[in-house]
Design a protein around this ligand. Structure first.
Ligand code: HEM
Length: 394
């Protein structure tokens, strides 16, 4: 029997430390700032923090000028170029592409067939994100990007100290990852070149190269970041949402009939299973929080997961209850997309992808959730380690 709520042991340990020691917990090289007040503090005092050193481990994939590792003026400038593609109105125009990709995926399941819903939707989300943001031509190579980016994602999924060691030793895992990166880069630089020459029309690539405000490296880094950040996290959330729809009595049936309820299912999924279990910052100066001194250079982590499972914020927190969304929590209480100036730029896109693809699934006969052990893994994109096995209706 699969439990009705899946627990992530590593993150639950963090919650236990929070209960025992309060909002500031020091552990090894990290200091955790935990709970709603800590979130509010981090989001409101961005001048005390930098992300460049905090997210260095993502540089092998996302590149040195990615939004995720940008601070200050560079961050503002780069974000201005990326923002229009992810604005509300723009997202609405991507819906047909999302729907078509979900239809193609779900439509290919044969009655009675067992499928891994995580991998299936991961592929659909990757293809649809690339298509929506960068056009049909690049979308045809979605599997090429997926295969090469996976080698890079596997590299940075390791402990950063191990990655440094692999790099220093030029170990095979590092060399394979760099080969994969060169393959991705060659394709992306070709697309940038074609766009600069006006060979391809419209879409996000055009707005990134427009006015020559960004260098080729900056454009490359934002493209790869949007692709990788776009499907890694969202596909984890999708798997948890499918799990919730199938695991709890009556939820599938209600969500099929009622769009508002489906929106609540998505929120409740992001509450219990926020793919970004933690997010990072480095202190740029000494400061005090909750009576504790934090030194300059301290590596800090705040945690959506810990906050989302606190009884004082969400009563009976482990209960999956979409109806609790009749009342809206504050931004420092519900933060699957972080907050402050670095709040996820793809939040609107992610919730739209999830909602549209779930709606397509809900129109099909209800699949069966097969008996399995669901083990969460990943701190930046929590997902079920061995996927999510379901059987298509016969
Ligand atoms: C369910 C899906 C997603 C989750 C849970 C998620 C979560 C997050 C979180 C927690 C942050 C860091 C915020 C902070 O530390 O304050 C972030 C940043 C970011 N996300 Fe997402 N994200 C998701 C989907 C996406 C999508 C679809 C895209 C783009 C297509 C995207 C692109 C980015 C970028 C570029 C940043 C860096 C923003 C900045 O530093 O200015 N994410 N995301």
């Amino acid at each position: 029997m699969i439990p009705d709520v899946v627990r992530y042991r590593q993150a639950d340990l963090l919650a236990a430390l929070h209960r025992r020691f309060g909002p500031v917990v020091r552990m090894g090289p990290y200091t955790y700032l935990l709970g709603p007040e800590a979130n509010r503090f981090v989001f409101a005092h961005s001048e005390l923090f930098e992300v460049e050193r905090a997210f260095q481990s993502l540089v092998p994939v996302d590149g040195p000028t990615s939004l995720i590792v940008s601070d200050g003026e560079d961050h503002k400038r780069r974000r201005r170029f990326v923002q229009p593609a992810l604005a509300h109105r723009q997202i609405a125009s991507y819906v047909p592409v999302m729907r078509a990709n979900a239809e193609a995926t779900v439509g290919a399941w044969r009655p009675g067939e067992t499928v891994d819903a995580y991998q299936e939707f991961r592929r659909a989300i990757r293809r649809s994100t690339i298509h929506a943001l960068f056009g049909e031509e690049l979308a045809q190579e979605a599997d090429f990007f997926g295969a090469h980016l996976q080698v890079l994602i596997n590299l940075i999924d390791r402990n950063p100290a191990v990655v440094t060691l692999l790099r220093t030793m030029r170990a095979p895992a590092w060399r394979n990852a760099m080969r994969a990166r060169r393959a991705v880069d060659a394709r992306v630089y070709r697309a940038i070149e074609e766009t600069r020459q006006g060979k391809t029309a419209g879409d996000v690539l055009t707005s990134l190269v427009e006015g020559d405000g960004l260098s080729d490296l900056e454009v490359r880094d934002q493209i790869v970041t949007l692709i990788a950040a776009g499907y890694e996290t969202t596909s984890g959330a999708m798997a948890w949402a499918v799990f919730n729809l199938l695991r709890h009595n009556g939820v599938w049936e209600r969500a099929r009939e009622d769009d508002d309820y489906l929106a609540n299912v998505v929120n409740e999924t992001l509450r219990l299973y926020p793919p970004a279990v933690v997010s990072a910052r480095v202190a740029t100066q000494e400061f005090e929080f909750a009576g504790k001194k934090i030194k300059q250079g301290t590596f800090l982590l705040y945690s959506p997961y810990v906050t989302h499972r606190l009884a004082e914020v969400f009563p009976d927190p482990l209960r999956f209850d979409p109806d609790r969304w009749e009342a809206k929590p504050a931004p420092h209480e519900f933060l699957p997309f972080g907050g402050g100036p670095h709040r996820c730029i793809g939040a609107g896109l992610a919730t739209t992808v999830l909602t549209v693809m779930l709606k397509v699934l809900l129109q099909k006969p209800k699949p069966e959730l097969l008996p399995q052990r669901l083990t969460p893994t990943g701190l930046a994109a929590m997902r079920p380690k061995n996927g999510l096995r379901i059987r298509a209706a016969g």
